[in-house]
Design a protein around this ligand. Structure first.
Ligand SMILES: [Zn+2]
Length: 151
């Protein structure tokens, strides 16, 4: 039986398998982007804006930094038992100019990552229970055109 996919965190991303987007906010005054969403005031200290619009963020960015996480993460993350290390990537979105942290897709280790490479956002399971698969965003390197699986 297939489990029903549901977001692990409600309202942080769209659940479109082909084009998942993180949902951020943009200040209508200074045009800066924020993730996670801000709704009450602008985090830019030089701006007194208090109107923020929800916007889907770009799916691709440049790998800015990455590390190997060898320790079970704190709540609300649910660690696998036994714990399996995974890579964490910090990816800068070119248009929004913000850095988004996320797990790297399973099976892709730090030895396959290189600063500056282009990354894309995908959804993958964070954990599951009897009926549901709880999804979170993950980063993976953009596959070159020669071995792309889809168009
Ligand atoms: Zn602002």
């Amino acid at each position: 039986m297939a489990k029903t996919p549901v977001p692990a965190i409600e309202g942080w991303f769209t659940q479109d398998a082909n084009d998942p987007r993180l949902l951020g906010s943009q200040c209508t005054t200074c045009k800066n982007y924020f993730f996670p969403k801000e709704s009450t005031f602008c985090r830019n200290p030089a701006c007194d804006g208090n109107e923020l619009a929800e916007v889907p963020l770009g799916r691709r960015g440049k790998l800015w930094s990455f590390t190997n996480n060898c320790y079970p993460p704190p709540a609300p993350y649910v660690a696998t038992d036994p714990f399996e290390p995974y890579a964490i990537a910090a990816v800068e979105l070119p248009e929004e100019k913000i850095v988004i942290l996320g797990q790297v897709e399973p099976g892709i280790g730090v030895d396959q990552l290189e600063a500056g490479m282009e990354m894309e956002l995908v959804l993958g399971p964070l954990y599951e229970d009897e009926e549901h698969e709880y999804l979170i965003w993950k980063w993976r390197p953009v596959r070159s055109a020669s071995n792309a699986q889809s168009v």
